[in-house]
Design a binder for this molecule. Structure first.
Ligand SMILES: [Zn+2]
Length: 246
């Protein structure tokens, strides 16, 4: 039996959620092997085969977004969507609906569950999306459905000791979100987007039930755009955070 593609997180009864890694797929280098991103130069047939494997394991079709670092929230109503369902950075599904996925390679993937309504969301929170309020937008949409309690799982992302930015960019980001302040391991200006996302979730009274501490830059079994740039090619795959409401 093949090893599971999804490392599951506990995010409430009735929800199945988790995060994939690089192994278990068919893509060749430099995307090897479970690349789920269709926009990174990989063979579409291989990406399709990888997405099929994830769907089979979940027992559900999976809807993907065309992510653009915005605060746009979309909802998927089709049980059997094909391809990207829309341009957005948060995607909401409902009980009995298809799974929703966020694709990342350093940005912060966030899964949200609304137990009272059975709605769930996958959110893409990179630096720009975090600053533009994508977390608050997604939480607001879920609450407007009638669930005050929202549970969150924060997936693997680049840590503040690895994410180097120019000092003026750190200043600008931290003026808006002080929790993002970080210093890299080599003592230059850094950003901790994961800490910023968690600060936003806490301010929104969202209950954080899981945080994956793995840093994408430091772990070869996760895709990291920054690491791929450091190694020269700047080409890599995308792993997913995915959630479905059964
Ligand atoms: Zn790191």
């Amino acid at each position: 039996m093949r090893a599971r593609l999804l490392r599951r997180v506990e995010i409430g009864d009735g929800f199945v959620g988790g995060f994939t890694a690089t192994c278990g797929g068919v893509s060749r280098e430099p995307w090897a092997s479970l690349n789920l991103g269709s926009h990174v130069g990989d063979d579409p047939k291989d990406v399709g085969a990888n997405r099929d494997r994830l769907s089979r394991e979940l027992g559900s079709p999976v809807a993907y977004m065309n992510q653009v670092h915005s605060n746009t929230v979309a909802a998927v109503t089709d049980r059997f969507p094909t391809g990207e369902v829309g341009t957005a950075d948060a995607l909401i599904t409902h009980r009995g609906g298809c799974a929703v996925a966020v694709l990342v390679a350093d940005c912060v993937p966030v899964l949200l569950a609304a137990p009272a309504t059975g709605h769930a969301a996958a959110v893409h929170a990179g630096r720009a999306g975090m600053l533009s309020g994508v977390i608050a937008a997604a939480v607001g949409q879920l609450r407007s459905g009638g669930s005050d309690l929202i549970l969150a799982a924060v997936g693997p992302h680049i840590c503040g000791r690895c994410y180097e930015v120019p000092p003026d960019l750190r200043s600008a980001v931290c003026e808006a979100e002080p929790a993002a302040f970080a210093t890299t391991r080599w003592n230059s200006a850094g950003l901790d987007i994961g800490a910023a996302v968690q600060a936003q979730l806490r301010r929104l009274d969202v209950r954080i039930v899981a945080v994956d501490p793995a840093c994408t830059y430091e772990h070869d079994d996760l895709y990291s755009y920054r690491r791929s740039c450091h190694e020269g090619s700047g080409v890599t795959g995308r792993f997913a955070g995915v959630i479905v409401s059964k």
